[in-house]
Design a protein around this ligand. Structure first.
Ligand code: B1H
Length: 832
C-alpha cells in the first residue's frame, strides 16, 4: 500500500496551509449549506432532520479539520518526541456535536446560523446517536482521558475498535430487560474519517516452524492460516479551546480477497463469501459484559486484531521511514487499559524478534519499557485468563513467546525465592488449574514499567491482595492514579446553569483548571449564592422531568428529593440494597407506621444495564421494575415515594440526570468498587453522596469532609473479618424486624402480582448466599438514609453541603489524572 507523503503539488495554490472557515454566522451558514447541498445532495427546503444533522456535523468537522492537520503536522516536524499510545477495547464517547462546538467556541455561531436557516438546533442534537463503544466506567474513563490528553496537548494517540454495534439498547418487556442491537451507524457516521488505502493486515492461526537464516542462526517463522485487514477510521478528539485536535483511531475488520485463498480457488463462491463475513465479524459487536469477561474466541480475536493493527500502525506509519525499532522506548509508551490489550506485549516481542531480527534479550529489554498497565478491578472473576489451547490455535507464535517470557520469569523467581515453589506457582503467567491458561494480569505486570490502580484504596488493595506477590517483588513498580472525569462534558455541557453560576462568581478559568472550584468554598455561607444554587438544581429537575416525559412517558412528581442510582447492574454494586431501602420506606407508609404527610417525599431513579447472560442481575432489574409499578400505583403511598427506571441508561441520559440529583447512591460493598467515576460526576454537580468506604468514595469524603457526606457500612477490613469467620445472611434477617418485613413483603409476591416464584431466586440468594453482604449493611444503610431525610429538611444547610461538595472536588478532573500519568508514568510532552 501507498502510505508515505503522497503528493507534491506543482501549483503554489495547492501548497498553502489548510484554513478553517471564518468564525462568523455568515461563513457558518455558507459552509452548512455547502455540506447540505453538495454533501447530502439536497436543498434546504427538501432536507430531512437527519440531512441537516449530518450537514451540521460535517460543518463543525470542517472547522476542526485545519487544527487536526496542524496538530499532526507539528507532531511530524517538531523534534521527535515520545508519545502515549492509549490502548483500550472500549470508548464510551457519548454524543460528539456539542463537545466539538464547545471546543471550537462555535456554539453561539452554530445556533444563530441554524436560526438563520429556520432550523431549531436542538432538534439536530437529538438526531445524533451516541457512539456507545463501551460498557460502563472503564469505557467512559477512556473517553474522559482522551478529552484531557487533547486539552493538555499531550503528545498522544488513542487506539480501539470501531464496533459496528455498540452496547445494546435496553428495553423492558413485562418488567424484564430485552436487548436490541445498537445500530449506531445506521443513520450515517459523520465523525469518522476512513482511509481505505491505509489498511493494515492482521493474521491468525497456522503454525510455527524453525528455519536457518542466511547468517546460519536458527529462527522461528510463523505461517498464519488466515488474516483480515484492519481498516483505519480516524476520529477527532478536540482539546478545550486550545487549537489541538488529537486522533482516536478505531479499527474495522475487513476481509481480503486472500482471506482464505484455497476456498476461492476451490470454486466454492458461496462458501468463500461466507468466510468473508466471518472475518468481518471481528469488529461487529462490543461484548456487553462489564467486569466479567467471557473466554470467547471472538473476543481474543478482537483484542489481537486492534492491538496488532495499532502497534504496526505506530511503527510503520506514525514513525518516520528510517525509524530504528531500538529507539522505541524513547518514542512510545503504550498504556494498557486493563488486560484487554495485553496481547500487545508478545506481539511487540514477535515484531522485534521475527521481523527485525533482534536477539531475545534485546527485544525483551525494549518491550519492558514500552508498556504500562492499569488494573481496574478487585473481583477475582474479572481477571482475564485465556486457555492455552485457544491461544495455541489462534496465536501460536504468541503462545510460544509467552512461554519463553514465563520461563525466564519463573527462573528469576526461583533465584529470588529458593524452594518457595508455592509462590512460584501463584505468580506464574501460566495457570494449571482449572485449565491450563494464560493470566493476562500477570503477563501485564511482568512486562510493564508501572502498574497502577484507579483510586487510593484500590491501589492499596491491589498491592495487598490481587497482585501481592508482585508488589513484594517489585514494590517500586506499583502506583496509584486516581480516576477523574472531564469537566467539559460533565459540568460545562451537561450543567450549563451551574456552569454559568460558577463562571459569574469566580470567572471562566475553572473549565480547564478545576482546582479553581475551591474559590467557591466561601460562597457556601452566602445566602444569596445558596439561593441561586438551589435555583440551578430546581431548573435541572424541571429539565429531567421534561426529558423523561418525552423519552419514556415517565412523569416524575415535583418537589421530591431526587435520589439517583445509575451504574451497571452488578451484585457487588448492590442495587438490591437500594431496593430493600425502597421496600422499607414503602412498608412504613402502607403499614401505617408513619403518617405520609410527615415523610420527606422522595423519588428514586435507577439506570442500569445487565449483562445479557447475567441471570441474577436480570432478576434484580425485573424486581426493581415490579416494585416501581406497585409503589407508584399504591394510593396509600400518597405521592410520598416514586420509583422510576428509565430504560437504556447511557451517556446522553447521564448528562441530563446527574445534574438534577440531590442524592448520589454509591453503595458497593467495601473493597469491591475499584474507583467509580459516577460518584465524582454527582459530587461535582452538587449532589450529596450516601456511600460506603469504597473506591474513590474514600477520597471524595476526605476532600468534602465527613460532615458533608453520608457514610455507612462496613470497612474493607471488617468485610474481610466477617467473611473469614463465616457470613450467615439469615442471622440478619432473623434479628432485624424491619429487614424481615421488607424481605417478607418481596417474598410474598406483593410486587409480582402474587407470584412467589417470580422472586424466589432473588430472595433465596439474599437469604442463603448474599455474596456481597447486603443484609449485613442494611441496618446501617437505613439509618444513614434516615439521616439524609432529616438533613434534607434543612434546605439551607443542604445547599451549603452541596456547594462544599462542588467546591472541594476539583481534584476529580481527568486533567489531573492525566497530568499524574504524564508526570509519573508516561513522561511525554504537553502543550503540543
Ligand atoms: C471496571 C471493568 C471491566 N473494572 C471487564 N473492570 C470488561 C472489566 O468487557 N469486559 O470484559 C469490561 C469492564 N470495568 C470499572 O472501571 C470499575 O468497576 C470502576 O470501579 C472504575 O471506576 C472503572 C474505571 O476505572
Amino acid at each position: 500500500h501507498e502510505t508515505g507523503p503522497r503528493h507534491t503539488p506543482t501549483s503554489t495554490l495547492a501548497n498553502g496551509p489548510v484554513i478553517s472557515p471564518p468564525h462568523t454566522v455568515d461563513a457558518f451558514v455558507k459552509a452548512f449549506l455547502h455540506e447540505l447541498n453538495f454533501g447530502q445532495g439536497v436543498p434546504l427546503s427538501r432536507s430531512s432532520v437527519n440531512d441537516q444533522y449530518l450537514a451540521l456535523a460535517r460543518t463543525v468537522r470542517s472547522y476542526l479539520m485545519a487544527r487536526w492537520l496542524e496538530t499532526a503536522r507539528r507532531r511530524r516536524t517538531d523534534k521527535p518526541a515520545k508519545m502515549v499510545g492509549y490502548l483500550s477495547a472500549e470508548y464510551l464517547l457519548g454524543r460528539q456535536l456539542d463537545n466539538a462546538l464547545l471546543a471550537t467556541e462555535l456554539t453561539d455561531i452554530a445556533t444563530e446560523a441554524m436560526v438563520a436557516c429556520g432550523i431549531e438546533i436542538d432538534d439536530l442534537r437529538q438526531q445524533e446517536v451516541e457512539p456507545g463503544l463501551g460498557n460502563g466506567g472503564l469505557g467512559r474513563l477512556a473517553a474522559c482521558f482522551i478529552d484531557s490528553m487533547a486539552t493538555l496537548g499531550a503528545s498522544s494517540i488513542a487506539y480501539g475498535i470501531r464496533y459496528e454495534y455498540g452496547i445494546f439498547q435496553q428495553t423492558f418487556v413485562d418488567n424484564r430487560q430485552v436487548e436490541k442491537p445498537d445500530a449506531w451507524l445506521s443513520m450515517g457516521g459523520p465523525w469518522g474519517v476512513v482511509h481505505p488505502e491505509m489498511e493494515v493486515p492482521v493474521n491468525f492461526g497456522g503454525h510455527v516452524e524453525t528455519y536457518v537464516g542466511e547468517d546460519g542462526r536458527e529462527r522461528r517463522r510463523w505461517t498464519p492460516a488466515w488474516g483480515v485487514m484492519a481498516l483505519r477510521y480516524n476520529y477527532m478528539v478536540p482539546g478545550y479551546q486550545n487549537g489541538v485536535v488529537n486522533t482516536l483511531r478505531l479499527w474495522r475488520a475487513r476481509a481480503t480477497e486472500s482471506f482464505d485463498l484455497h476456498i476461492f480457488n476451490a470454486g466454492d463462491y458461496a462458501e468463500a463469501v461466507r468466510a468473508q463475513t466471518f472475518a468481518e465479524n471481528i469488529s461487529k459487536v462490543l461484548y456487553p459484559e462489564d467486569s466479567t469477561p467471557q473466554g470467547k474466541e471472538l473476543r481474543l480475536q478482537q483484542q489481537y486484531f486492534f492491538v496488532a493493527a495499532s502497534i504496526k500502525d505506530f511503527i510503520q506509519h506514525t514513525m518516520p521511514k528510517d525509524f530504528d525499532v531500538r529507539d522505541l522506548p524513547e518514542r512510545i509508551i503504550f498504556q494498557l487499559n486493563d488486560t484487554h490489550p495485553v496481547i500487545g506485549i508478545p506481539e511487540l516481542m514477535r515484531i522485534l524478534l521475527d521481523e527485525h531480527d533482534l536477539e531475545w534479550e534485546e527485544a525483551w529489554a525494549i518491550t519492558k519499557q514500552c508498556f504500562a498497565y492499569t488494573c481496574h478491578t478487585l473481583l477475582p472473576e474479572a481477571l482475564e485468563v485465556w486457555p492455552v489451547s485457544l491461544m495455541e490455535r489462534l496465536l501460536p507464535r504468541h503462545m510460544e513467546i509467552i512461554y519463553r517470557i514465563n520461563e525466564d520469569f519463573v527462573a528469576e523467581l526461583r533465584e529470588t525465592y529458593p524452594g518457595d515453589e508455592l509462590r512460584v506457582r501463584r505468580m506464574s503467567i501460566i495457570a494449571d488449574h482449572p485449565e491450563r491458561s494464560v493470566r493476562m494480569a500477570h503477563l501485564a505486570t511482568v512486562a510493564s514499567v508501572k502498574v497502577n490502580g484507579v483510586a487510593a484504596l484500590h491501589s492499596e488493595l491491589l498491592k495487598e491482595k490481587v497482585l501481592n506477590d508482585f508488589s513484594e517483588l517489585w514494590p517500586e513498580r506499583f502506583t496509584n492514579v486516581t480516576n477523574g472525569v472531564t469537566p467539559r462534558r460533565f459540568i460545562k455541557l451537561s450543567n450549563p446553569e451551574q456552569s454559568k453560576l460558577i463562571s459569574d462568581t469566580i470567572g471562566k478559568g475553572w473549565v480547564a483548571n478545576l482546582d479553581r472550584l475551591e474559590e467557591l468554598v466561601g460562597y457556601a455561607d452566602d445566602a444569596d449564592f445558596r439561593e441561586k444554587f438551589r435555583a440551578v438544581k430546581a431548573h435541572n429537575k424541571t429539565r429531567i422531568r421534561n426529558v423523561l416525559v418525552s423519552r419514556d412517558g415517565i412523569a416524575l412528581p415535583e418537589g421530591h428529593l431526587l435520589d439517583v442510582m445509575v451504574k451497571r447492574l452488578h451484585e457487588y454494586k448492590r442495587q438490591s440494597l437500594k431496593l430493600l431501602h425502597i421496600v422499607t420506606l414503602y412498608d412504613r407508609l402502607i403499614s401505617g407506621e408513619v403518617e405520609p404527610s410527615t415523610v420527606t417525599p422522595r423519588t428514586v431513579v435507577f439506570g442500569a444495564k445487565a449483562a445479557p447472560g447475567y441471570a441474577m442481575a436480570k432478576e434484580t432489574i425485573f424486581l426493581i421494575n415490579s416494585v416501581a409499578q406497585t409503589v407508584n400505583n399504591d394510593p396509600r403511598v400518597d405521592g410520598r415515594l416514586f420509583v422510576a427506571f428509565p430504560p437504556n441508561y447511557n451517556v446522553t441520559l447521564a448528562e441530563k440526570l446527574i445534574p438534577a440529583a440531590d442524592l448520589s447512591e454509591q453503595i458497593s460493598l467495601a473493597g469491591k468498587e475499584a474507583s467509580g467515576t459516577g460518584n465524582m460526576k454527582f459530587a461535582l454537580n452538587g449532589a450529596l453522596t450516601i456511600g460506603t468506604d469504597d473506591g474513590a468514595n474514600v477520597e471524595i469524603r476526605q476532600l468534602v469532609g465527613d460532615e458533608n457526606f453520608f457514610l455507612f457500612g462496613m470497612t474493607e477490613p471488617e468485610v474481610a473479618e466477617l467473611q473469614a469467620k463465616g457470613y450467615r445472611p439469615g442471622e440478619y434477617y432473623e434479628r432485624d424486624p424491619q429487614l424481615r418485613r421488607a424481605i417478607d413483603l418481596i417474598a410474598s409476591g406483593h410486587f409480582t402480582k402474587g407470584s412467589r416464584d417470580a422472586v424466589s431466586s432473588f430472595v433465596g440468594d439474599l437469604l442463603y448466599n448474599d455474596r456481597f453482604l447486603a443484609l449485613a449493611d442494611y441496618a446501617a444503610y437505613i439509618e444513614a438514609q434516615d439521616k439524609v431525610e432529616a438533613a434534607y429538611g434543612d434546605q439551607d444547610n443542604w445547599s451549603r453541603m452541596a456547594i462544599l461538595n462542588v467546591a472541594r472536588t476539583g481534584f476529580f478532573s481527568s486533567d489531573r489524572s492525566i497530568r499524574d500519568y504524564i508526570d509519573r508514568i508516561w513522561h511525554v510532552k504537553t502543550g503540543v
